[in-house]
Design a binder for this molecule. Sequence first.
Ligand SMILES: O=C(CO)[C@H](O)[C@H](O)COP(=O)(O)O
Length: 225
Amino acid sequence: MDPMERSKKAVAEHAANFVKEGMVVGLGSGSTANWMIKRLGERVQEGLNIKGIPSSFKSERLAAECGIPLTDFSSVDKIDIAIDGADEVDSDLQLLKGGGGSLVREKIVDGEAEQLIIIVDETKIVTRLGEFPLPIEVTPFGWELTAENISNLGGKPKLRHLDGEIFVTNNDNYILDCKFPGIQKPAELHASLKLLTGVVETGLFINMADQIIIAKQDGIEILTK
Ligand SMILES: O=C(CO)[C@H](O)[C@H](O)COP(=O)(O)O
């Protein structure tokens, strides 16, 4: 296993220890969250009783393969803990997410959790968000107009493609990956973007994370709100 994967696995397994008997667990998405789902699957096989709410079709499939019992918002009204990855984290614990295209479901699940733990490797820690193009989920209808409106706010939107086709989210929407020249005020940018009619959600997760678990070369560092 390469060192990066080993780091992701280490933080994911550390975070999985925060899950306790009887909890409803928000299952994040992405390669780091996948390690956490696998570890929880092992703990379930060892007798841990939990229920998971996945934040993407991929996480749902993996969790089912790992034997984690799943539930949804028609059966539960609170999530005890959510564990998720991120594309960037700043020193105020603000997050940029959506590299995998699951930002809407992630925001719903992560936002409902009493405790949100983010697991990343140290390359994701930044002084200012925005080096990674900000994913924004938009309605397919009129996406060109929405892109123009995002440009007027200073972004450079690019319609996401995968394997030569337009990328379609789990909610049948499109993603615009938007390069902003350094996001100075994430909360304000998020609020401005949300006022655009075609914007479904942005990848800025403001004041949501309670704890960041960072994989470093020499061990694990934890940032707490
Ligand atoms: O926001 C996400 C998906 O929408 C992921 O959490 C984010 O892209 C991090 O993924 P990885 O752990 O593979 O780097």
